[in-house]
Design a protein around this ligand. Sequence first.
Ligand code: SF4
Length: 309
Amino acid sequence: MVSPTPPDSMAIVMTTDADTPSPLANALTTWFAAEARDLPWRRPGTSAWAVLVSEVMLQQTPVRRVMPTYRTWLDRWPTPSDLAADSPGEAVRMWGKLGYPGRALRLHACAMAIADEHGGTVPERLEDLLALPGVGDYTARAVLAFAYRRRAAVVDTNVRRVLTRAIQGRAEPGRPAGARDIALMESVLPVEDLDAAGFCAATMELGALVCTAGTPSCSSCPIASLCAWRLADFPAHPGPVARSQRFAGTDRQVRGLLMDVLRAADGPVPAEALDIGWPDRRQLERARDSLITDGLIDPLPDGRYSLPS
Ligand code: SF4
């Protein structure tokens, strides 16, 4: 029978003893050891660069779409210095149809900074990672935890959802709250480096596979007996439910179609090549101009267009 009120969930999930992982950490990491997906960036021997590439690609893009590009990218550029020696346009070309291609440019700029300022090695300190172009709080902490096995509070959408439900007893996390989200994760993060890194990976995986946004699988959840939201009988979210954004007909779709033309070409294309027959001419021009503004395509003096050089 479900308890009408949640127990003191913080007491259940927290521990102050470095040698004794909390019940929450125990349950999550045991489950993760048995159920974690075999993903290439999790395998032993994966370089910090490969972890960084995977984390950038996985932002806003599902695992199954990332996998092929991740492999081809690292085959071609196994180190930051390899990518830094190539052009940003090739990075954009290799990004393929992952979406949000500005990430390819930022990864290229990041590789240049690693090559120039860190001798080609992905740095191991949070402040150095945060100083890299395009590396935000999430990515920096993910590299620390998953590449260097350090204690770092890694908080993505999945982690926020799990912690909101399991610890705070609410259905939805609401808008990202930066420092507050990190503080919540810190409050339950195991003390030891390896335990903490494993806890972060396990919490993310639970959010991806079990404690999903739409229909959480509470009957197969390893922390069901500790979950404050379940123990409170799943109180409804009081605010509006976040809806997924449509893609068809948006400027994003048009930008993607224009990038397809440039990626498929061996070199610069004439202006007519970007006249892709999109019915809304103003939207087409707006999409093209925004790609130029974002540095994803270069307008050449002779009227042609190319990927950035
Ligand atoms: S019991 Fe349900 S709501 Fe709670 S953490 Fe598990 S899957 Fe999520």
